[in-house]
Design a protein around this ligand. Structure first.
Ligand code: HEC
Length: 148
């Protein structure tokens, strides 16, 4: 009888340790500030700025237009996803800053507006932080490894 309850206590203990270990791990996996260049307060600010300025074209979650790969009849491109499923991760940070600040033109006819007059460099960085926070770790690491 005595032995049994000791085992029960030990089992409960092992169970507790296993559970807390688990949640620590999933926290680590979900953490977006973990070895990324931005912090959580930037992500929070960027989320709002994105909803106000970018969501109407790129979607509330940065999912883009499903037909972004095909040019329209006029040869223009629809807003691509920024959530890690498009090709935004091929662009170094400075290129991302540049396309947001200056738009895509003038050489390419494009509906991507220039935001340099509306948003500060800091604002733009918080928006990039927000959409990069939606990139899965593999995508972020691939972006990181390509040297920027
Ligand atoms: C009026 C619609 C519209 C709005 C608003 C808009 N975009 Fe875009 N954006 C586009 C289009 C269209 C493209 C594709 C341009 C092209 O390739 O010709 C694009 C491209 C981009 C790219 C390049 C992505 C890549 O994979 O090459 C980034 C980054 C981007 N937008 C960020 C933003 C951000 C940040 C905002 C808000 C500050 C924003 N856009 C607001 C339409 C828009």
């Amino acid at each position: 009888m005595m032995n049994k309850s000791i085992w029960l206590v030990m089992l409960a203990f092992v169970f507790l340790v296993a559970c807390s270990d688990d949640s620590a791990q999933s926290k680590r996996v979900n953490s977006v500030s973990h070895d990324r260049w931005y912090n959580q307060s930037m992500v929070k600010q960027g989320k709002e700025l994105f909803q106000q300025n970018c969501a109407q074209c790129h979607g509330a979650f940065g999912q883009g237009n499903p037909d972004w790969r095909q040019p329209t009849a006029e040869g223009r491109y629809l807003p691509p996803p920024l959530n890690g499923t498009g090709h935004a991760w091929h662009h170094p940070l400075n290129q991302l800053r540049d396309v947001i600040k200056n738009g895509r033109g003038p050489d390419v006819p494009s509906d991507m507006p220039a935001w340099g007059n509306t948003l500060s460099d800091e604002d733009i960085d918080t928006i990039i932080a927000w959409f990069q926070s939606r990139w899965p770790d593999e995508i972020y690491q691939a972006w990181n490894r390509s040297g920027h």
